[in-house]
Design a protein around this ligand. Structure first.
Ligand code: SAH
Length: 232
């Protein structure tokens, strides 16, 4: 991985301009949730990828981050984050914040940085130690507040800080782990990619926990890396 200091070649002195073009594109594609757009405008995505890929950092594409994993495509991340705000609970808070968040799949830490700007606390779990450490460096370099990175198998969630107002997974499995459902607060929302038996592909699954049970709805077709077991 290359050096991360200075302005990346091709991005000019100020990456804010390229970022605002990315935000305008995300808005045109239908995401109008202000806290989400505002976070995308602030977090320097080019600092989360290898310097050789920095010129592509603001294109709407997923990019390799090593260890066969990818930083997700901005429009898909924006869509997921906007879904998190689209609940009575989040609207009631009315402060543009999501409360306590559990993220599964820290990867390079980009989405954790976005989440930190729109929540009161973020716990992010990663099963690959090199990526867990890379994310720690990335987040320290830009000074991200109230994010706690946990090395472990996110399929068990993270019980010590439960319950969570939001659970969001960046990796997709065949079924939702019971631990996620148990650790979701009443009024909370979970968004995760999940295998869709009818198409053989993946869809975004949304689960709302209500006082009397769980309500599931299926959203867009997506393509995330697999949710794997154990740690490496
Ligand atoms: N949110 C990340 C996306 C990373 S890709 C970003 O912004 O870069 C998804 C990540 O999920 C990968 O790093 C992968 O290692 C991780 N992952 C897969 N299964 C997991 C599990 N059971 N527990 C924790 N992390 C997992």
């Amino acid at each position: 991985m290359g050096a991360r200091t200075g302005a990346p070649a091709g991005l000019g002195m100020d990456s804010a301009a390229v970022r605002s073009r990315m935000v305008a594109r995300i808005r045109r594609e239908g995401v109008t949730c202000e806290p989400v757009l505002c976070a995308f405008a602030q977090v320097p995505r080019h600092l989360f990828v290898d310097s050789a890929l920095a010129t592509q950092a603001y294109e709407d594409t997923s990019l390799p981050i090593g260890w066969e994993q990818t930083i997700s495509k901005p429009s898909v991340v924006a869509r997921m984050l906007a879904l998190l705000f689209d609940t009575p609970h989040a609207r009631q808070r009315g402060d543009g914040r999501l409360g306590r968040v559990l993220e599964i799949g820290t990867g390079c830490g980009y989405q954790a940085a976005l989440l930190s700007l729109m929540s009161t606390r973020v716990i992010s779990v990663e099963r690959l130690r090199p990526l867990h450490e890379r994310a720690r460096e990335n987040l320290a370099a830009i000074g991200v507040p109230h994010v706690r990175l946990v090395f472990g198998d996110g399929r068990v969630g993270h019980a010590p800080n439960a319950p969570y107002d939001v659970i969001v997974s960046a990796a997709g499995g065949d079924a939702l782990p019971d631990a996620w459902l148990e650790q979701l607060a009443v009024g909370g929302r979970l968004v995760a990619p999940m295998h869709d038996a009818s198409t053989g592909g993946q869809v975004l699954m949304v689960v709302d926990r209500q006082a009397d049970g769980y309500r599931r709805t299926v959203h867009d077709a997506v393509h995330f890396v697999p949710l794997k077991s154990g740690t490496v």
